[in-house]
Design a protein around this ligand. Structure first.
Ligand code: FES
Length: 121
């Protein structure tokens, strides 16, 4: 992800809460945020509800081998490493900046930016 100007960093979990190959959703300021710890160690944070019809993505299927997340409702699929839609391909998940310090995971909050993509479909 390119550098973005972050207004504040919010602690959302620790590495003990989110082991490698695991995922978790958390609430931040009334928004559901999906945390993903990819094999290899990278951590991503995405909008926690599906861009289609607002179903929790944490209820979906995570296939870390293929790197694909499949929504439980209508099977839309997203690339876990990037949030890019696979099916449909013209859709993507909003991605929060992430940093890890002293085993604590923080997401970057960008004021005035919409933290949620909604896609037609
Ligand atoms: S709500 Fe996720 S695919 Fe429809």
């Amino acid at each position: 992800m390119s550098e973005r100007s972050v207004d504040r960093w919010i602690e959302v979990a620790t590495l003990d809460d989110l082991w490698e190959g695991d995922f978790l959703d958390v609430e931040v300021d009334g928004e559901t945020v999906l945390l993903v710890h990819l094999p290899g160690g990278a951590i991503r944070a995405y909008q926690g509800i599906c861009p289609h019809q607002e179903i929790a993505l944490a209820d979906g299927d995570f296939d870390f081998e293929s790197g694909i997340l499949t929504c439980s409702a209508h099977r839309w699929q997203f690339e876990l490493a990037t949030g890019q839609g696979v099916n449909p391909a013209d859709c993507w998940l909003y991605e929060y900046p992430v940093k890890v310090e002293d085993d604590k995971i923080y997401i970057g909050w960008v004021e005035g930016e919409r933290h949620y993509n909604r896609c037609a479909g």
